[in-house]
Design a protein around this ligand. Structure first.
Ligand SMILES: [Zn+2]
Length: 365
């Protein structure tokens, strides 16, 4: 595919300009070592692709993508005129390390590749150490087996796709524009949020961005990868196998953030808890698979989730503990979800005028 270098250059310059204006340090790709610069450019092309394939996209609306020189695990979106989405370099390194570490352990997804050469001593890593180590070079390890290495790279790519899409969701569903508009009307002294917007409203916007991202993520098709052929055709189709691995990557990525597993019902934060977010996204992925006409969608979700829960339990040495995700999938989680959906009915009409792609989910209340 021919890439128009002028367009690429312009897009980046615009991103850098906006980042500087917002006092966020852009990562200047032209200054990066050449191998890494090529990698970053490929990743940017993927982000643009994710945006350009969106349904109902207003052709006049642009989003500028780029990276921020920031080692924290975060991504950011804004709408100063055009849309703007930045991914911290910390995110890239973190998820790259996480998936490499998981696939270096012969007990994780043993049906993928050849585990006989994987030399990682299976000693557990507790959850907080996991987060700390992933941010240091001490942790650097990669699977020996080529297919397992490829699987780890693909999984971190899929998780980054989720992150890009989540931020794109904030932009194209009008969240950023609405918040900017309301901010001009003044801020709440206690929360610092625009007047009329509560923590619950913010969680609702997060739910919408997650649902948007999950539905798009489930529609990505990997053209060719050796690990996709490693499935038992009498148990599952190749496409179903691909989706179990997408679900695995999403669940593992979120599991690392599951520091407060029992804080299911909290409304005091701008983001709801990781298991709740995951439970809602799994429901969206199941719906998306049904629209595609796939059979046994419940089983695909359950398989991906079980593989991730087992892998996570193995890695942190505590064994299988589904209590957090089960609470999110059952009554506690259901109650919280209903509060978010009620708030959605209030927020949705305010977003309608600002939608630039996709479509807003209907109100249920
Ligand atoms: Zn968000």
């Amino acid at each position: 595919m021919a890439v128009d270098l002028n367009t690429v250059q312009l897009r980046l310059e615009k991103f850098e300009q906006i980042a500087r204006a917002l006092k966020k340090p852009p990562l200047y790709i032209e200054d990066a070592p050449s191998g890494f610069a090529d990698w970053l450019n490929e990743e940017l092309d993927r982000a643009v692709y994710l945006f350009e394939r969106l349904p109902n996209r207003r052709p006049e609306f642009t989003v500028h993508f780029g990276f921020l020189e920031d080692l924290t695990i975060n991504a950011i979106a804004g709408c100063p005129g055009d849309g703007w989405v930045g991914l911290n370099v910390g995110v890239i390194r973190f998820f790259d390390q996480i998936f490499k570490r998981f696939l270096s352990d012969p007990r994780v997804l043993p049906h993928i590749g050849d585990v006989s050469g994987e030399a990682i001593a299976p000693s557990p890593v507790d959850q907080s150490t996991f987060q700390f180590l992933a941010n240091t070079h001490l942790f650097a390890t990669a699977p020996v087996d080529e297919i397992r290495g490829g699987t780890a790279s693909w999984m971190s790519r899929m998780f980054r796709a989720y992150l890009w899409l989540h931020e794109i969701g904030h932009v194209v569903h009008g969240h950023c524009t609405l918040l900017d508009q309301l901010r001009r009307g003044g801020l709440d002294k206690e929360t610092g949020l625009p007047i009329g917007i509560t923590k619950l409203s913010m969680q609702t916007l997060e739910m919408d961005a997650d649902a948007f991202a999950a539905s798009q993520l489930a529609q990505i098709r990997t053209v060719e990868a050796p690990f996709l052929d490693q499935f038992q055709s009498h148990l599952m189709s190749k496409r179903a196998h691909e989706l179990t691995l997408v679900i695995f990557a999403l669940c593992v990525g979120f599991r690392i953030w599951d520091e407060y597993p029992h804080d299911i019902g909290a409304f005091q934060s701008t983001h709801h808890s990781a298991p709740l977010r995951l439970a809602a996204m799994l429901a969206v992925i199941a719906q998306t698979m049904e629209l595609e006409g796939l059979p046994d969608t419940g089983r695909i979700v359950a398989t991906g989730l079980d593989l991730a829960e087992n892998a996570f339990g193995t890695m942190i040495g505590r064994g299988l503990d589904r209590s957090a995700i089960d609470a999110a999938l059952q009554e506690d989680g259901w109650g919280h979800q209903q509060e978010l959906l009620k708030e959605w009915s209030r927020i949705r009409p305010m977003l309608e005028a600002h939608v630039r792609a996709g479509s807003l989910a209907p109100s249920q209340y």
